[in-house]
Design a protein around this ligand. Structure first.
Ligand code: SAM
Length: 493
């Protein structure tokens, strides 16, 4: 999807194409949907809080999006949930409802090995991570404790380096610890992992027609649609080798163009006879794929009609296409080798233990500690080898070694609750000291020297370090709020 400086609104040529595809009454409803303002969607982070607990503290009015995704809501009114401290604490992800359908259809299970091949900025990856958690959040348990109890691995990849770092940041805010964030080509992932994955999401780069309704300035032309279709085919070429026998593959786009949807799937199925489409449970607004918009003969149409089309005039979200497939051949399992952690050196382990004992109320499994370039990580329980793949992060970055001490990472704070720390300062959302902390201010402090976890209503936000009657602010500079940034209590939030 390319952004443009052209004025927003559906291009005339795009509308003419849709008029050719849709019956007149349906085209009229489709066009009318462009007049409705887009709504803000929010998905609760069930790694950190149960849906019931979140709705009881939510500072904005929420309306459920449907029983197919209990954690998904519309945010009513003029609220700006992206500016609320609960967003900084990773209690939710802002995502429009159609985008929530992908992870719900792929339905990852605890203990599985999952790949999100084109994952940045991470909306669907955070959703997959939440669904993989075991057990679901019904009690107050931090994301770290929940992750330690869970098996399974999510490999989240994006080919663009900057976007892969953004993906890693979003997964860190989410508190997902059983993840490998990679930054490489599908072909190299296939070479590194073989058929290791129970379920794979390919949320392909596309012409973005489904986002035109949101008024996003998307550059559109027939040539772009053709180029996207070529790229989608290229990406899919390497995917069959990554799917376990019996495993599932979900292909999705946010465009209406048949060339990027049914036609890509028709070509994929023709080339890969091991794969067959699955007809998912049809929820309201889950329309069928349109084989008649491809070049395949009518007697071969059934597999394509099993795909799901989400139309803005039939579903309370934007345009999406999803095709769920299963690899049916049971032969050819390849088991990737387990990753061999690099244990911390004796002095590194001593510094970590000293920090752990002084700061945390939980013990982490030391056999999963991995030391690399002066940094210390907690690897996922089922960490698999990734060969020579370009990676951004494996597991949870705990922190780094400084001369004579261990310095905790911001992302460790984001996995914790107040009770996980020996010293925590908990502020409610309307406390001015919270606003000051998020802006980078130091605070007076009378407690013992050492690391202090800062929490909002009990949820980890960042670190402060107490020394000499002051609490030095360790909220990361790149996240600090501008002086003018709006804080809760203002009508803007
Ligand atoms: N799934 C994401 C989410 O929910 O936030 C959105 C993914 S976006 C539609 C498509 C992504 O594919 C882009 O981030 C782009 O950088 C990435 N991409 C493009 N070509 C790719 C390739 N060959 N391999 C992997 N990722 C690719």
């Amino acid at each position: 999807m390319k952004k443009t400086d052209q004025p927003a609104g559906p291009p005339a040529e795009f509308l003419a194409r849709m008029r050719d595809l849709l019956p007149p009454d349906e085209f009229a409803a489709f066009v009318t949907s462009f007049e409705r303002p887009p709504r803000t969607g929010l998905r609760v982070n069930t790694l950190k809080i149960s849906v019931a607990d979140f709705t009881s503290i939510a500072p904005f009015s929420l309306a459920p999006i449907g029983d197919w995704e209990p954690a998904g809501f519309f945010v009513d009114g003029d609220a700006r949930p992206g500016l609320h401290p609960y967003h900084d604490a990773g209690l939710y992800y802002l995502q429009e409802p159609s985008a929530m359908v992908a992870a719900a259809l792929l339905a990852p299970l605890p203990g599985e090995t999952i790949l999100d091949l084109a994952a940045a900025p991470g909306g669907k990856a955070t959703h997959l991570a939440a669904l993989m958690a075991n057990p679901p959040a019904t009690s107050a348990l931090s994301a770290l404790r929940r992750g330690l109890n869970a098996d399974g691995l999510l490999v989240a990849n994006d080919v663009h380096a900057g976007r892969a770092r953004l993906l890693a940041d979003n997964l860190a805010r989410w508190g997902a610890i059983n993840v490998l964030v990679a930054n490489d080509e599908p072909e190299r992932l296939a070479a590194a992992f073989g058929s290791a994955f129970d379920r794979i999401l390919v949320d392909a780069p596309c012409s973005g027609e489904g986002m035109l309704r949101r008024g996003e300035p998307v550059e559109w032309s027939r040539a772009i649609v053709t180029a996207c279709a070529r790229r989608q085919r290229d990406i899919l070429t390497h995917v069959p080798n990554l799917v376990k026998p019996g495993g599932r593959l979900l292909y999705s786009t946010c465009t209406f163009a048949p060339e990027e949807n049914e036609q890509v799937i028709a070509d994929f199925l023709a080339a890969e006879p091991d794969f067959a489409t699955i007809d998912p449970v049809r929820r309201e607004g889950f329309e069928r794929g349109r084989p008649e918009w491809t070049d395949i003969p009518p007697d071969a149409a059934a597999p394509l009609s099993r795909a799901v089309r989400l139309w803005p005039h039939r579903f309370p979200g934007e345009g999406h296409f999803l095709a769920l497939m299963e690899r049916q051949n049971q032969a050819g399992v390849s088991r990737p080798a387990l990753y061999r952690p690099q244990p911390p050196a004796r002095e590194e382990l001593r510094l970590w233990r000293e920090f752990n004992a002084a700061t945390l109320t939980l013990d982490l499994p030391e056999e999963r500690l991995h030391a690399r370039n002066g940094r210390l990580y907690l690897l996922p329980g089922g960490a698999i080898d990734f060969g020579r793949l370009r990676t951004v992060r494996y597991g949870l970055l705990l922190g780094e070694m400084r001369p004579g001490r261990f310095h905790p990472s911001h992302e460790l704070a984001l996995t914790l609750r107040a009770e996980d720390a020996t010293a925590a300062i908990d502020w409610p959302t309307d406390d001015p000291r919270l606003a000051a902390y998020l802006s980078g201010a130091d605070e007076p402090f009378t407690g013992a020297n050492g690391w202090v976890l800062i929490t909002v209503d009990g949820f980890g936000l960042g670190w402060g370090k107490a020394a000499g009657g002051r609490l030095k602010n360790h909220y990361p500079h790149f996240l600090r709020r501008d002086k003018g940034r709006v804080l809760p209590g203002s009508p803007d939030v």
